[in-house]
Design a protein. Structure first.
Ligand SMILES: Nc1ncnc2c1ncn2[C@@H]1O[C@H](COP(=O)(O)OP(=O)(O)OP(=O)(O)O)[C@@H](O)[C@H]1O
Ligand SMILES: [Mg+2]
Lengths: 300, 374, 298
């Protein structure tokens, strides 16, 4: 050989460094945005959980006071419970409805395109718009639903004014808005499934329901994995529709974690408290997605 | 460390090159030189490391050990684009969104030093397309071409740049047999025309034997033999080469050398053709090349046995002949020979029919067979 | 990889839609009929609330409470729309929203496809670490970061500017993984070939990778645009000047400022729904809803 081993090592290192630099150049813009708007805020959040200080006042170190306050604050607990209950209602419901619609779309021979557009319209609306639309639809005085209720001889229902009904109503509105999105997601998964498998199953005499449970659901595992993770992350951040519809009421029955975080900053200016609550939310979502990843992992 | 050093008249020279992925060694250290204008074929079964060698020369895979020189220059740490090497990929790797013209012109439009003018690019693209008869298809997309046409686009894209070295990784493996024979001829024509060093990968021995100036036989990451096609056939370096080259496959038999340095094979005596006689008592492996054994009626035959099976190939037939004592050979017969299974035939061995290998499979010598007097 | 699959390469999702081969069989007639019934109900539930909005927007607020409610307003009242454009910076909100959502989408598609290319195809020191960090941060809820984000943006002096709305969403790493999953589907030999042909990494990205993942990028773009168009909490916090505000926040302001002027609100929502619907219909032809779920497969 013409070069010594040391020389080779040196040149190889230099050569590799060049490809590494190129790679980081490609990652650069994202890494900068990532550092400034994600990493720094998360670190800031962690530090703030140990400090006090208003929006204007100076910050000082207070140890675990914020954590103690947050855990002993009954409304913080309520907000966490509301958010979890809301997610537990909204996510399965929207998944089941969307799955049914996706299966139906996958089954029909023609007319799919306009139906897809129609189903997708609610998804295109900001949550606040969806919320206002349903304020009309559900209005105790002039909403259609209550018109129907009266016509049937019942008493009008105050969907958003009732402590037990308000949260499920908000979940229902989010389901209305989310159905189009998840329908398209599941439909994409369905159309990508291998057809031959189904022919084989058909020949084996498997019925439609059996085929769905034994073939379709397992084959859609990657789609479900994405869906569950993404839906969890989005739904645990519930804010827009609560803010627009009930502002947490009646009697705090719809206060969500995000709403409480917002209030802690803009209403009572307690950054330490808000930061701690935020940090709890981060941890919760991280842990939940980790758990889901574990449960939905490929067991082969 | 090897004594080999790079020479300027050698287009590509690999010195003690080895490759491993982590702890997995996929190529053992080896040397290989490809001369100017030479057509060298890498031949070996799937997974033996042929593509890895090509990718290392092209700069697409890092070299774990050793040096690669192109035109006398060390290129281990030179970017692929600066190596003056072009490659035809196994699956052609045509750019699906570009027309044939743009595919062929791509290497030229990428050229920096010198930056080429439009009309130069256009002219050279046409010229390359002409060499492979693609002129009528220049405005099509790859998806609108047949397999053979796609293959030719890949070839045109490789030659348009006029590199020092061509690498071709199983360029014909996706074509049907007829087209493959055609393309083989046109590839050789192109090679004769541009006379550039070419390294060509295949796992098809016919392709290797018909096209190569020299063949490199690889197995499981080790070079088995480097030589002219004729050498591989007449003097296979080991049992792997002996069985891999030549069709039908050579049957092997384990024997023990007798005290007089000869071997007893059915009712014949095999005598080695080396100057040194075989060591008495040694275990050896004997291979008999079917295409060099003839079914005959002549008295000069060395074996006789019963035909158990007959394969008709058109140009000739092959017979499985049971010689008794658990030994059998495969022999060639006239295509329309009247011999049928159950008949008894005599077998004559042409020179170069019989090969003796030692207990690790390396070739020791050839051998001649004589019928034993009974 | 065979010749066919190389030269006719498409990204994964595009294949799925092109195939259109339904996973399954010729369905039975009753199954098809049932499907149409289900879809009819679904479409009705999706659309009827919009009709209600249309109807309300064309009524004077005083006639809203007529009982029983009449669906077709008579006479048709255009005053809500007039007031919307005359009394509120509605046009500005629309322009702001389209500009911000468009800018975020363009930048994200660009940055994410670059980063996705590096993660999918390049060997470099720290690749696993970077991928893991980005993957972990997919699970960081943005609304938990509004407080620190507020201070970061204030520190940068960007509060109440377009930058405040455009820059922070760029930190969402989900798109990188989606882009990566499209790019992984491109055969390695294609870039290898381009590399030998003399293309730099950036040229490979621009001339080979980008054209090949276009179908995927359209979907990712629509997805990003939609998320941005509907975003609410961050603009609410970062922008206080009404003229710089986006539609979602602006509309919600209509309600609190003018105490339940339902007609005006309806008109606002209706007009707000138009741009995104138009954008959606424009890309709908190219819109084969890619299987974005590939993003998080590993
Ligand atoms: N990235 C990798 N990591 C680990 N092992 C690898 C990697 N790439 C290739 N190999 C191994 O290296 C060996 C040689 O691969 P290579 O592609 O060179 O084979 P080949 O001779 O070209 O086969 P074929 O005729 O099928 O194309 C194979 O056993 C393969 O499994
Ligand atoms: Mg190969």
């Amino acid at each position: 050989m013409t070069l010594s081993p040391e020389e080779h090592r040196r040149l190889a290192k230099r050569y590799r460094r060049r490809t590494t630099l190129t790679a980081y150049a490609f990652l650069g813009p994202n890494l900068v945005a990532f550092a400034v708007f994600l990493l720094i805020p998360v670190v800031w959040l962690l530090v703030s959980t140990f400090r006090t200080g208003g929006v204007l006042g100076p910050a000082e170190f207070v140890g675990l006071d914020n954590w103690r306050d947050t855990f002993s604050d009954p409304l913080a607990r309520t907000s966490i419970r509301n958010t979890v209950v809301y997610s537990a209602m909204a996510i399965p419901t929207v998944f089941i409805i969307a799955m049914i619609l996706a299966l139906a779309l996958n089954a029909i021979p023609r007319g799919g395109a306009p139906i897809r557009v129609a189903l997708y319209l609610p998804t295109l609306q900001p949550a606040v718009v969806a919320a206002f639309i349903f304020t009309f639809v559900l209005h105790p005085d002039f909403g259609v639903i209550n018109y129907a209720v009266r016509w049937l001889g019942g008493d009008p229902i105050n969907f958003l004014g009732d402590t037990t009904l308000a949260l499920p109503t908000i979940a229902g509105i989010e389901v209305w808005r989310g159905t189009g999105f998840w329908t398209m997601m599941f439909l994409a998964g369905l159309t990508a499934l291998p057809g031959e498998l189904y022919h084989a199953a058909e020949l084996d005499g498997a019925g439609a329901i059996r085929r769905f449970i034994r073939l379709t659901l397992p084959l859609l595992r990657p789609t479900f994995y994405f869906a569950v993770i993404f839906a969890t992350i989005v739904n645990l951040q519930l804010f827009d529709s609560v803010f627009a519809l009930t502002d947490g009421g009646p009697v705090n029955s719809t206060v969500s974690v995000s709403l409480y975080i917002y209030r802690s900053l803009f209403l009572f200016g307690d950054i330490g408290f808000g930061a701690t609550l935020s940090f709890l939310l981060v941890i919760t979502v991280l842990l939940l997605t980790g758990l889901q990843t574990y449960l939905l992992r490929d067991r082969k | 460390m090897s004594a080999v050093s790079p020479r300027a008249d050698v287009a590509v020279s690999l010195i003690q090159v080895a490759k491993s992925y982590g702890d997995v060694e996929v190529l053992q250290p080896f040397d290989l030189q490809v001369g100017e204008g030479e057509f060298v074929v890498l031949l070996g079964p799937s997974g033996c490391g042929k593509s890895t060698i090509m990718k290392m020369i092209a700069g697409l895979e890092e070299v774990s050990h050793g040096e690669i020189h192109v035109a006398g220059e060390l290129v281990n740490y030179v970017r692929p684009r600066d190596r003056d090497v072009s490659m035809v990929f196994q699956n052609y790797a045509l750019y699906p969104h570009m027309t044939v013209r743009d595919n062929i012109a791509f290497p030229l439009t990428m050229s920096r030093r010198p930056r080429l003018k439009r009309d130069v690019i256009g002219a050279r693209t046409l010229e390359a397309a002409d060499i492979v008869d693609l002129a009528p298809y220049l405005d099509r997309k790859p998806a609108q071409l047949s397999g053979g046409q796609r293959q030719r686009v890949a070839l045109a894209r490789a030659i348009v740049r006029q590199p020092a070295v061509f690498l071709m990784d199983e360029p014909l493996s996706n074509l049907d047999a007829l087209l493959r024979a055609d393309m083989r001829t046109s590839l050789l024509e192109v090679h004769a025309r541009i006379k550039k060093a070419t390294l060509y990968v295949t796992h098809d021995q016919i392709e290797a034997m018909t096209m190569a100036d020299r063949v490199v036989v690889l197995n499981a990451g080790r070079i088995q033999q480097i030589g002219r096609p004729r050498d591989l056939y007449t003097a296979p370096a080991n049992t792997f080469v002996a069985q891999f080259i030549g069709s039908p496959r050579m049957p092997l038999h384990d024997l023990e050398v007798r005290d007089d340095g000869t071997l007893s094979f059915a009712d014949a005596t095999l005598t080695g053709d080396a100057d040194v006689p075989l060591a008495p008592g040694a275990s050896v492996t004997v291979g008999l090349r079917p295409s060099a054994l003839r079914a005959t009626s002549s008295a000069s035959a060395c074996f006789a046995g019963k035909v158990t099976r007959r394969d008709y190939l058109g140009s000739d037939s092959y017979l499985d002949v049971d010689l008794g004592a658990g030994l059998s050979v495969m022999v060639r017969a006239e295509a329309d020979s009247a011999v049928r299974p159950g008949d008894t035939v005599r077998v004559a061995a042409d020179p170069g029919a019989i090969h003796v290998f030692d207990d690790v499979g390396a070739r020791v010598c050839g051998a001649s067979a004589r019928r034993q007097k009974r | 990889m065979t010749a066919m699959s190389t030269t006719e390469h498409k990204t994964r999702g595009a294949d799925a839609s092109k195939g259109r081969a339904r996973s399954g069989l010729p369905r039975s007639r009753p199954a098809i009929s049932l499907s149409y019934v289900i879809l009819f109900i679904g479409v009705a539930i999706a659309l009827v609330p919009f009709l209600y909005v249309v109807s309300t927007s064309l009524k004077e607020s005083t006639s809203l409470f007529s009982y029983p409610p009449d669906w077709i307003p008579s006479p048709i009242f255009w005053g809500n729309f007039e007031s919307l454009f005359a009394d509120h910076p509605f046009v500005l909100w629309t322009i702001n929203t389209l500009f911000v959502a468009g800018a975020v989408t363009a930048l994200k598609l660009w940055f994410d496809s670059m980063a996705g290319y590096a993660l999918a195809k390049m060997e470099f020191a720290g690749r696993r670490g970077v991928a893991l960090l980005l993957l972990l941060s997919v699970a960081i809820p943005i609304s938990a970061l509004i407080i620190p984000m507020f201070f970061v943006v204030r520190y940068l002096g960007l509060l109440n500017t377009y930058w405040a709305l455009i820059l922070p969403p760029l930190a969402n790493p989900l798109g990188i993984f989606m882009a990566r999953s499209f790019i992984v589907g491109i055969p390695d030999d294609l870039e290898a070939s381009a590399r030998l042909d003399g293309a730099s990494e950036f040229t490979i990205y621009r001339k080979i990778v980008l054209p090949l993942i276009r179908p995927g990028l359209v979907v990712l773009g629509m997805f990003t645009f939609m998320l941005q168009y509907t975003s609410f909490i961050w603009p609410l916090i970062a922008v206080s000047d009404s003229d710089r505000q986006v539609l979602a926040v602006g509309i919600s302001g209509l309600q609190s400022a003018f105490l339940q002027d339902w007609g005006l609100l309806s008109a606002g929502m209706l007009v707000a729904a138009v741009p995104i619907t138009v954008v959606f219909l424009l890309v709908q032809k190219a819109f084969v809803f890619n299987d974005l779920s590939g993003a998080l497969k590993e």
